[in-house]
Design a binder for this molecule. Structure first.
Ligand code: EPU
Length: 418
């Protein structure tokens, strides 16, 4: 197994190129099921989760070739079954449920179960599909969904769910009549999926707002599409630049997808300015403390909470971070405390006492964004070496982060562990 080893103290300077968004790539690859033929996706990030989605599609009988430019041919799908062994490695495999049901009238997908950051039920996906006429049975750990032909429906989600909204949009794209999803997720990745469905010949309006309308069509055509940049990877490098007092041009990034995070960075004292094809972030030597409450987009993203907690450890005072999306997303806290951070968690609130000199040690990554936060902490540790173990979490969502940080001047390497 690999570990990432970081020696702190370097100021990050230079340019970094952001990859395509993981959380857009996954639904887009699943959406190819809707359109028999060869769809081509460009700007695909080379990540473990994307490889897993490729495996899921291959298991269903699709021809999946390429990497950065990925061709997915779903002409001869033979299966409608996403088994436990694949779904357990990646919850987002559940994104094949909507498109399989819409195209074949049947899908059997393993229930994803909980994960490290929370219980993460899929009741809203299932409720919406039932409203469109599907019969859903839960049996032996699987969702078995059937229908003759899905029909349009008026769906109000009880919570804003990103993959739930996506599953319902894909199902509705081939349903008979008009579907309206109220309290829909507004994330940029939902908009990218709507863009692809529309390129396929679908009729989706309102994506990116909380009310999405989908007019079903009889058939969809394969597409060619370049995936939007990964706003969370970009945000992670922004924090890295800020806390190291650096000066980094973050290329291939859309600042309009990151307003909430940029606003907090500026409030804390970093300079963020638009630059050709991205943004430039200049760090500071002193940061003001801040308050963050995670919210669905356009609020502050839960996927940036752990990284901002590292910024809070060096701010001049007490910061508060409230996690409202997932019930267990503070698992980086004990590890940061082992690096000398002063953080107290009560329920969903973490209070961080700043102005701490972090020190490196061996830490365990518990999930994807926690891994990134531990690396950021390693970059500013004033003594010692930080060794981040269980890097397989990191590899799910960051492409070669150690190479990118190293090019910016960080002392960081990936090592093999026994
Ligand atoms: N929820 C329900 N019922 C549902 C669906 C969701 O109660 O049927 C709850 C969840 O338990 C959670 C909240 O609604 O409390 C929001 O969950 P959501 O469904 O939006 O999350 P997701 O779609 O499973 C995506 C991203 C996550 C990101 C969240 C929130 C993908 C593949 N994953 O997950 O990304 O944190 O939205 O923005 O798009 C990551 O990249 O590290 C990551 C975890």
């Amino acid at each position: 197994m690999d570990a990432i080893v970081v020696k702190g103290g370097a100021r990050l300077v230079g340019e970094v190129e952001i990859c395509g968004a993981k959380n857009a790539a996954l639904p887009l690859i699943a959406s190819a099921i809707l359109a028999p033929g060869r769809s081509i996706f460009k700007n695909v990030p080379l990540l473990r989760d994307v490889a897993t989605m490729g495996q899921v599609l291959r298991h269903l009988g699709a021809d999946v070739v390429g990497d950065r430019c990925l061709e997915v041919d779903t002409s001869s799908l033979a299966e409608v079954d996403a088994p436990y062994d694949l779904v357990r490695t990646m919850r987002a495999s559940v994104l094949v449920l909507g498109p399989l049901l819409a195209r074949f009238g049947r899908a059997r997908v393993s229930l994803p179960g909980g994960c490290a950051i929370g219980a993460r039920p899929i009741d809203q996906h299932l409720k919406g599909l039932e409203a469109m006429g599907a019969t859903i049975e839960l049996s032996e750990g699987y969702v078995e969904a059937r229908c003759k032909k899905l029909h349009g429906a008026q769906i109000t989600c009880d919570v804003q769910t990103v993959t739930g909204t996506m599953n319902l949009m894909m199902a509705a794209a081939l349903a008979r009549g008009r579907t309206t999803i109220e309290n829909a997720a507004c994330e940029p990745e939902v908009e990218d999926l709507a863009c692809v469905i529309n390129k396929m010949g679908g009729k989706v309006t309102g994506a990116g707002t909380s009310v999405v309308h989908i007019e079903g069509v009889d058939e969809l055509q394969p597409v060619e599409h370049a995936i939007i940049p990964d706003r969370i990877e970009a945000g992670t490098f922004m924090v890295a630049a800020a806390i190291t007092g650096g000066d980094v041009l973050i290329k291939n990034c859309l600042p309009e997808h990151l307003h909430a995070a940029i606003h907090k960075l500026e409030q804390a004292g970093a300079q963020v300015t638009p630059a050709a094809g991205g943004v430039r972030v200049v760090g500071a030597t002193h940061f003001s403390p801040f308050e963050i409450t995670t919210q669905p987009h356009p609020g502050f993203p839960t996927d940036m909470q752990a990284q901002f907690m590292v910024l809070a450890t060096v701010a001049d005072g007490q910061s508060t971070l409230i996690e409202t999306i997932f019930e267990n997303r503070f698992m980086h806290v004990p590890e940061l405390c082992r690096m000398n951070a002063a953080i107290k968690v009560r329920g969903r609130t973490a209070v961080v006492r700043g102005r701490r000199a972090l020190s490196g040690t061996t830490v365990m990554a518990s999930d994807l964004r926690a891994s990134a936060a531990l690396i950021l902490a390693g970059l500013i540790a004033e003594k010692g070496i930080t060794r981040v173990r269980r890097v397989y979490h990191l590899d799910r969502g960051y492409e070669r982060i150690e190479d990118k940080l190293s090019k910016l001047g960080a002392t960081i390497e990936r090592v093999k562990e026994a």
